[in-house]
Design a protein around this ligand. Structure first.
Ligand code: ADP
Length: 489
C-alpha cells in the first residue's frame, strides 16, 4: 500500500475523524446512561422514602415498633424489592431494619449506621461500599408526634454497574470493529472515486505525437474533475492545432524546396557536362553540386519526417517477409561496402513476416546499414541478421566500427544530432537517418534500441511484435529497387 497516495491519506483522515466521533458518541452514551439510571434509582428511593415517612407520620404518639415494622413490610416490601430500609428514632434506638434482599446482593447489617444528628439538612444521599458492593443510600429525617426519626433507604448499584460494564465491553469491541470496517470501506470508496483520474492518466500515458486526436475521458461528475478533464482536452486540441501548423509548415517548406533544388542541380550538371566551364570554375561548380546533393538529402529527410509525423495512412501495409527484404537490401548495398573495404554479411534465416509498409521498412534497413558502413573503418565487418526473441521478430545491424560514446547513446535518435558533427557532415549525414528510422519503427509498433562500445562497434536492434493469429495478409516481395536513404519518398 502506498502511504503517500491520496487514497491512503484521505482514508486515514476519514478514519481518524470517524474514530474521534465514535469515541465521543461512546463516551456520551456511557455517561448519559449512567446519569439516567442513577436519576431513576434516586427517584425510586425518594418515592419509597416518602412511603416510610407517611407510615411514621400517620403513627400516633404511642405507636409500637412492631406496628411500624409491619406497616413498612406490607407497604414497602424492602426484601422483595431488593431494598435496604433502616429506621432509627433519635437519639439512637433502632426501630426497623429490613432483612437480606431477595437477590442477596448485600448484608443489611453491614451498612454503616448514620445518626439523626449528623444530618444538617432534611435529606442526604451517599454511596457506601458494603462487602465490595456499592450501595446508594438516601437518609431522611422526620419529626412526628411519636418522635424524631432517621429513615435510611438504599439499594445495591450492582445491576447498574453490571449494565455499564457490559456496555463498556460492547463499545470496546464494537467501536474498533466499526472503525476498521469504515477505514477499509473508506479506502475502497476513495480508490473507486479516484478511478476516473487513473483512467485519465492511463489515457494520457498512451498519447503520443502520432496520435494527436486522442482525448482524455470526460468524467460526468459535474465537479472539478469534469472541469479538469474538459480543460485538459481543450488544451490538447490547441496543442494539436499548433503541432499541425508547424508540421504543415515543415512539409510545405521541404516540398517547395525540392523543385528549385532539382532545377539548380540540373542546370549545374548541364554546365559541368558542357564545354563552357573549364578548370577552376568546373571544380567549383562540382563542389556546389555536392552541397546541392546534401541539401536535397536534407530536404528529403525533413519531408519524410513530416509525413511520418502526420501519421502516414496504413492502407499500404502488407505482410512483409523481413528476411527477404533484408537480403535484397544487403545485396544492393554490398557494392558500397566493398568500395569502402568492408565485409557485409547476411547469414541465411527462415522467413519472418511482419506487417508494414515495405518501402519504409527498407528505408530503416538502408539507414542502419548506411551508418554501419560509414562508421566502420576499412577492413571491418557489418552483419545484418534476423531472428526471433521472446516471441518478437528481431532484426540486428552489427558493425565492428568506431562505436558511440555512452553519453551520446541516449541522443542518437534525436533530430539533427550527430556525435561528431564535422565527420558526419563530411560524410553527408545531417543527423536525420536514425530519427527517420525511429519514426518508422514507432509507426510500425516496433522498438529500436542501440548497444555500442567505443572502439569495438555498435549493434542496432529492431523488435517487431508478432502478427496476431488470423490477421495475416498475403506477403509481398521486397521492393525491387533500392533507393538512397531518403530517396524512397
Ligand atoms: P547521420 O545521417 O548524420 O549519420 P544519424 O541519425 O543516422 O545521422 O546518426 C546520428 C549519429 O549517430 C551519427 O552522426 C553518428 O555519429 C552516430 N551513429 C549512427 N550509427 C552509428 C554507427 N553504426 N556507428 C557509430 N556511430 C553511429
Amino acid at each position: 500500500m502506498n502511504h503517500r497516495s491520496l487514497a491512503f491519506r484521505l482514508a486515514l483522515w476519514y478514519t481518524l475523524l470517524l474514530s474521534a466521533t465514535f469515541a465521543l458518541v461512546g463516551i456520551g452514551m456511557f455517561y448519559g446512561l449512567q446519569q439516567y439510571l442513577h436519576a431513576s434509582l434516586r427517584d425510586s428511593l425518594r418515592r419509597r422514602s416518602v412511603q416510610v415517612e407517611e407510615i411514621l407520620a400517620q403513627g400516633s404518639a404511642g405507636v409500637s415498633n412492631a406496628d411500624i415494622s409491619e406497616a413498612i413490610n406490607t407497604r414497602v416490601s424492602p426484601e422483595f424489592n431488593n431494598r435496604f430500609v433502616r429506621v432509627t428514632r433519635a437519639p439512637g434506638s433502632l426501630i426497623y431494619r429490613s432483612g437480606s434482599p431477595a437477590d442477596r446482593s448485600f448484608d443489611p447489617q453491614a451498612v454503616p449506621p448514620m445518626s439523626y444528628e449528623w444530618l444538617n439538612t432534611n435529606m442526604v444521599r451517599r454511596t457506601v461500599t458494603v462487602q465490595n458492593q456499592r450501595l446508594m443510600v438516601n437518609a431522611t429525617r422526620i419529626d412526628t408526634p411519636s418522635g424524631r426519626y432517621l429513615i435510611e433507604l438504599g439499594t445495591s448499584l450492582q445491576s447498574i454497574d453490571a449494565l455499564q460494564d457490559r456496555l463498556l465491553a460492547l463499545l470496546g469491541l464494537l467501536l474498533p470493529a466499526l472503525v476498521i470496517c469504515a477505514a477499509g470501506g473508506g479506502y475502497l470508496l476513495v480508490t473507486w472515486a479516484l478511478r476516473p483520474v487513473d483512467r485519465m492518466s492511463q489515457t494520457a500515458e498512451h498519447m503520443s505525437m502520432q496520435n494527436l486526436e486522442a482525448r482524455l475521458p470526460v468524467v460526468p461528475t459535474g465537479d472539478a474533475l469534469q472541469r479538469l478533464s474538459m480543460s485538459l482536452n481543450h488544451m490538447l486540441t490547441r496543442l494539436r492545432d499548433s503541432v499541425q501548423i508547424s508540421r504543415r509548415f515543415l512539409a510545405d517548406a521541404s516540398h517547395e524546396l525540392r523543385t528549385p533544388l532539382t532545377v539548380i542541380k540540373g542546370e549545374l550538371q548541364e554546365i559541368v557536362g558542357g564545354d563552357a566551364a573549364q578548370g577552376e570554375v568546373r571544380e567549383r561548380i562540382g563542389s556546389v553540386l555536392e552541397e546541392v546533393a546534401r541539401l536535397e538529402h536534407l530536404v528529403s529527410g525533413l519531408l519524410a519526417l513530416s509525413r511520418l509525423d502526420a501519421g502516414e495512412a496504413q492502407r499500404e501495409w502488407l505482410d512483409v517477409n523481413l528476411v527477404e527484404l533484408a537480403a535484397s537490401t544487403a545485396e544492393q548495398m554490398r557494392l558500397m561496402a566493398e568500395d569502402r573495404g568492408i565485409q557485409l554479411q547476411f547469414p541465411p534465416s527462415a522467413p519472418m513476416i511482419v506487417r508494414g509498409d515495405p518501402s519504409r521498412l527498407k528505408q530503416v534497413i538502408v539507414n542502419l546499414l548506411d551508418n554501419a558502413i560509414r562508421f566502420t573503418p576499412r577492413g571491418g565487418a557489418v552483419t545484418l541478421r534476423t531472428g526471433d526473441s521472446g516471441g518478437d521478430i528481431v532484426l540486428e545491424v552489427l558493425d565492428t566500427g568506431i562505436g558511440i560514446p555512452a553519453a551520446a547513446l541516449a541522443r542518437v535518435f534525436d533530430r539533427f544530432y550527430r556525435v561528431d558533427e564535422a565527420r558526419s557532415r563530411d560524410d553527408g549525414g545531417a543527423g536525420l537517418g536514425l530519427s527517420i528510422a525511429q519514426s518508422i519503427c514507432v509507426a510500425h509498433g516496433a522498438q529500436i534500441e542501440v548497444h555500442s562500445e567505443v572502439g569495438h562497434g555498435s549493434c542496432f536492434r529492431l523488435r517487431f511484435p508478432p502478427i496476431p493469429a488470423g490477421a495475416a495478409r498475403p506477403a509481398r516481395a521486397a521492393t525491387p529497387q533500392m533507393r538512397s536513404v531518403t530517396g524512397a519518398l
